[in-house]
Design a protein around this ligand. Structure first.
Ligand code: HEM
Length: 239
């Protein structure tokens, strides 16, 4: 167990984050050095002012009304997934630093209850959304349009989320212990608390991190870069 955790949750995290940062820098360099299209690619109706363009870009990126019109059910699941992913991301921030004002407001127990409910809800919503996407690509017309990468990414996400849910619903390791591990990585003096290794969630943390690392390594080279590319792509739409 110690070796598995060391490989996946110490060495693997450094490799994952390292490849992600270098890969994204390379991507952004590529985007910024690609010659601009001489043809205007904007679609009507186009806002007249640059503020209008900026606001339209934000709306197209965060609300995606064109997707809502074309495939409303898919849009519903996608919207719910992204809101839940944002909530989980904010929750993961506690691995770096405790949200002390919120703890003062809710009390220690109140904060744990809030984290259990919000993290648990986010995990369930994300699971349902990914299962919907897998079903959508497995049955019906989208099967013909799907390539192996689509399934790979969806199963990778499912693996990350299910392992996270296992820790959230069946684990008893307090966030302070996870924080001790994660902060130690950030200051390059890694420790893996024995409490994690000896708990019932040692394997699930290791596997969560194994999948997260693959996700980070793969991210800059996959269609997931839309997370960042969507902003500029949507800006071009109103040029
Ligand atoms: C460096 C990256 C990450 C680290 C260190 C990490 C670590 C953790 C830990 C320690 C937990 C258990 C929290 C607890 O029970 O108190 C957890 C839960 C979870 N993780 Fe991650 N995780 C990472 C990335 C991700 C990613 C990329 C996703 C999804 C795409 C994800 C999805 C989840 C979910 C859904 C849960 C359960 C719900 C929750 O507690 O928020 N994690 N993660």
């Amino acid at each position: 167990m110690e070796t598995y955790l060391y490989l996946t949750s110490v060495v693997g995290v450094y490799i994952g984050i390292g490849v992600f940062v270098v890969g994204m820098a390379w991507r952004i360099y590529q985007w910024s050095t690609t010659p601009k299209s001489p043809v205007r690619l904007g679609l009507f109706p186009k806002p007249a002012t640059s503020t209008g363009r900026g606001l339209k870009m934000l709306k197209d990126t965060f609300v995606a009304p064109h997707s809502a019109r074309i495939e409303p059910v898919m849009w519903g699941f996608a919207f719910a997934f992204h809101v839940a992913a944002l909530a989980a991301l904010i929750g993961h921030g506690r691995l770096v630093v405790e949200y002390t004002p919120l703890v003062r407001l809710l009390g220690g127990d109140g904060m744990s209850t809030f984290a259990a409910w919000s993290g648990g809800t986010a995990g369930i919503v994300m699971t349902v959304a990914v299962l919907f996407w897998i079903a959508r690509r497995t049955y019906g017309p989208f099967k013909q349009l799907s390539v192996p990468e689509d399934y790979f990414l969806l199963f990778l996400l499912l693996g990350i989320i299910v392992m996270g849910n296992h820790m959230r619903f069946l684990g008893h390791v307090p966030v302070e212990t996870y924080r001790e591990w994660f902060q130690s990585l950030l200051v390059f003096r890694p420790v893996m608390p024995a409490e994690i290794a000896n708990s019932n969630v040692g394997w699930s943390l290791g596997t969560h991190m194994l999948f997260v690392n693959v996700f980070l390594v793969y991210f800059p080279f996959s269609k997931l870069v839309h997370t960042i590319g969507a902003f500029s792509a949507n800006l071009v739409r109103s040029e």
